[in-house]
Structure formats: structure tokens, C-alpha cells
Write a protein that binds this ligand. Structure first.
Ligand code: ZN
Length: 145
């Protein structure tokens, strides 16, 4: 049996990326989070709902969108517990990310906080709500009561 040759690796220097994202067309989404709302974008032409919201429809490329509130309850379709965190998330303890189908039909990917691991399962009911932290406004799930 032949032995595999050792894998040689080069280590790069740490790289920091800072993105400046144009937010004017999505301003209502960010303002909504600060006011306690979680909005998705809905195309005025084809009705496609997108979350996170987009300035233009990814389905038909229409540039005219409405806002629909997607917060409330949903059901977990899949999830993962993140134990080995990327460098930019080292300040956080281990965390859970879930994808849930909301009652409005749209799927949302978000962190699930405050849950016992044994309560996190496919089919569990979750509640989506805005989250305000030192990193800025965001959104997240908790297990629905
Ligand atoms: Zn569309």
C-alpha cells in the first residue's frame, strides 16, 4: 500500500474586507428593523417575494418592488450548529443557523438564539423578529412558545 505524499500548504496573511454597500433602495428594510419590522421585497410585476430583500426582482428583473412584513412564525426546514467559527465570528459563542419557511411562504435564513439544542429540530416552530445589537440592526429566530 502506497503512502500519500504529505500535503504542503502556504498560509496567507490575514486579510480584512470592508464592503460599502449601496443601501438607498433597501433603506426601508434597515429602517424597518430599527422600528421592529422584518420586511421582504415583493415584485410588483410577478409577485416574487425575496428575503433578504433585493432592490430588483431576481425572478423577472423588474425594478419596482413593494415591502411585505415577514416576521412572525415559521417552521424550521433545516439547521446547523456552528462550533468551529470563522475568524470574524470568534467573539460569538457557538451558534445555530436555521432556515425556516415563514407563514408568508418565504424562506428565511437566520441565527436561532436562546434555544436548547434538544428543542432545535426540523418542524419546530420559530419566531422571526428584529435584533438590535452593537453590530447594528439584524434579525433572528427564537423558538416559538
Ligand atoms: Zn418579478
Amino acid at each position: 500500500m502506497a503512502l500519500s505524499p504529505p500535503v504542503r500548504r502556504l498560509k496567507s496573511r490575514p486579510i480584512t474586507f470592508i464592503f460599502e454597500l449601496p443601501t438607498e433602495k433597501l433603506k426601508q428594510f434597515w429602517e424597518g428593523l430599527e422600528k421592529g419590522k422584518v420586511y421582504a421585497s415583493k415584485c410588483r410585476k410577478c409577485g416574487h417575494i425575496t428575503f433578504p430583500p433585493t432592490a430588483d426582482c431576481s425572478h423577472c428583473l423588474n425594478q419596482s418592488m413593494d415591502w411585505v412584513d415577514v416576521q412572525g412564525e415559521g417552521e424550521i426546514e433545516t439547521f446547523t450548529h456552528i462550533i468551529i467559527r470563522p475568524p470574524s465570528f470568534q467573539k460569538h459563542p457557538t451558534y445555530t443557523v436555521a432556515i425556516a419557511r415563514m407563514n408568508s411562504g418565504v424562506k428565511v435564513l437566520a441565527w436561532l438564539t436562546g434555544a436548547k439544542l434538544s428543542d432545535v429540530k426540523v418542524g419546530a416552530k420559530v419566531k422571526l423578529a428584529p435584533v438590535l445589537s452593537e453590530d447594528g440592526p439584524s434579525y433572528g429566530f427564537t423558538i416559538a412558545p
